[in-house]
Design a protein around this ligand. Sequence first.
Ligand code: PLP
Length: 433
Amino acid sequence: MLNRRNFLSTAAAVAAFAAFQPEAFARMEMLAADGSSRPKMPPRSLYDQNEEAYWAEIRKQFLIPDDEVYLNNGTVGSSPLPVLQAVFDGFYETEKMAQKNPEEYPIWGYEPYTEFRDPLAGFIGVNRDELALLRNATEANSYIANGLEMKAGDEVLMSDQEHPGGEQPWNLRAKRYGVVVKKFILPKPPKNAGEILNVINDAITPRTLIIFTSHISTATGLVMPVKEISALARSKGILTAIDGAHVPGMMRLNIHELGCDMYTASPHKWLQAPKGSGFLFMREDVMDRVWNTIVTHGWDDPKLKAERFQHIGSSNVPLLWGLRASIQFANEIGMDRIEKRHRKMADHLHAEMVKRGAESWTSPDPTLRCAIATVNVPPVKRMDLENWLWSNHKIRIRGGEPSKLRLSTPYFLLPRDVNRFLEKFDEYKKTVA
Ligand SMILES: Cc1ncc(COP(=O)(O)O)c(C=O)c1O
C-alpha cells in the first residue's frame, strides 16, 4: 500500500501535483494519506434513506472540481479516487521488481493475467477464455476488421452512426483487400426496435459476412437492440461484431445473453476505468476464423484461446489494477442503481431540452436510450456554445456540426449541475435568437 511519505518523496509525484488546481490537489493528496482523510464511500443504506445525499457522497470520490459540470462522459470518464489509488498502488508494488519468481516481471502483454480477466469476465457475462485485455475499443475493433478471414467481395454491413474507431478499420480492409463496406441508415430517432431490425434485414445481401454495429451509438446515444440483431444475423449464418465502447458501466451488460459473436469496449468511459483499458470478447467457435494483428509468441497457439489476442508486447500493468478497482467501485454502488441514475438524469435533461424547443434525436422508446440524450438546437452553433460554456461557466458538453448537442449524464452528476447547464443554455440561446 502506498503511504504518504513514500508517495510525496518522489519528485515526479510532486511535480505532477503542482499541475493540479487547489481543489483537485487537495483530493489527490488524500490518495497519498493513510486513508483516514479520504472521503469514505457512503453506506448502501443511505441510498434508501436519502438518495440525493447518497449521490452527493459518491460525487466526493471524483477529482472533477465541484464547480465544474461534466456532461461529456461519452468521450471519456473520470476515474474516482479508489481507481487512482489502485493504479498508484500498482506502480508502487510492481516497480519494486521484487516479484517472488525471478522470471516474473510486471508486463501484461505476454501474460494470461487471470486476476484481472476474471473479475471483468464476471462483470460482463463471459468466460475468461473468451476475453482479451486490450487498450481500447479502437484496438479491439481493428483486431476484428484486420484479422477476420474474408475474401474480396465479402460484405460487412454497418450502421451509418459508427465511430471512426469502429468504421475506419473496415475501410482500411476494404481499400487494401477489396472487402465491401455497406451501410444501413438509422432513423433519427427510431421509434422502436422493429424499425431498426427492418432496416438491417433489408440491407442484408447474399454476400453479407458480418454485421458490425455499435451497441450504443456515439452519434446519438441510441441503444441498439443487439440481442435481436444477433438472432437475425445468426438465422442467416452471418457473424456479429458489436462495438460496445460505451456500455460497460453505463448499463447492465451480459454479453452471453446478447448472443453476439464478438464484442469490444472501452471501460475508460462509463466504468470510469483508467484510460488505456479496453477489451475484446470472442466466442470460442469463431476464434479460429480470426488472425492476430499484433504478434509475439503464442499467436499460433489455439490452446491460449482469446489470451493470444492480448499478447501485444510490454504494456502497462498498473492500469489493470485500476480496471479491477473500477469494477469493484461499480459493484459497490451496484449496477442497478447506476443504470437507474443514468436513465433518470438523461431523461430529465432530454425532457427539459425538448421543453425549450429542441428537436429530439433520442428514441421515445426507453429500451433504445440510456445515459446519452441527443438533441438538435438550431440556430445555436454547437461549437460556439461548447466554447462559451467551457470558457465562461466550466460546463463541458459535446456535439456535432452544426447544431447537435450530445449530453452525457454520468451518475456522479448532481441536480445542481444539470440545472446550471439548463440555466446557462437559456442564457446563451437568448443571444442567438
Ligand atoms: C462507439 C464507439 N466506438 C469506439 C470509440 C473509440 O473509443 P476509444 O478511443 O476508447 O478506442 C468510441 C469513442 O467515443 C465510440 O463511441
